[in-house]
Design a protein around this ligand. Sequence first.
Ligand code: ADP
Length: 162
Amino acid sequence: MKIAVYPGSFDPISNGHLDIIERTSKVFDKVYVLISVNPNKEYMFSVKEKEEMIKKATKHIKNVEVEAYDGLVLDYAKLKGASVIIRGLRNFIDYQDEITLFQFNRSIDENIDTFVLFPSANNLFLSSSSIKQLVKLNADISNYVPKCLKDEIETKIKERTK
Ligand code: ADP
């Protein structure tokens, strides 16, 4: 059984994240979407909220599970029997971060590899922070977040940036 872990902040989940999850789920038997903590980031959504939102957005994908874990992604991968970590690569900034993370993980455990996916064209410039920015500026986010979450994401960002 081929198992992958897709870790991220998902603050909030975007169509870019969802696209990576859908494509990964076609190649692996099981995909764990892992809500992890990046100490360099401040979050607007709680772990519980993110978990519920990602579950709603991935309900149609049978081999996806959503969980949170605050330890090392590598430890979580081992716990789940996963051999691959999935990451998305949009630009050179992602490249720098991802190659560093990859080398770091590889030096700890060379049995767990990292596979990188490029975004589909529509999602190339999409990030969770741009979604927050757009809502603050009253712009339409319909093209950027899963349909079933649009209202909830808009309402929560507006409430929290008053
Ligand atoms: P992290 O804090 O771990 O970077 P993010 O939620 O920002 O968490 O991103 C999780 C992963 O998804 C990262 O590998 C990131 O590069 C990727 N990603 C984020 N947005 C997109 C997008 N629009 N298209 C493809 N990959 C993306």
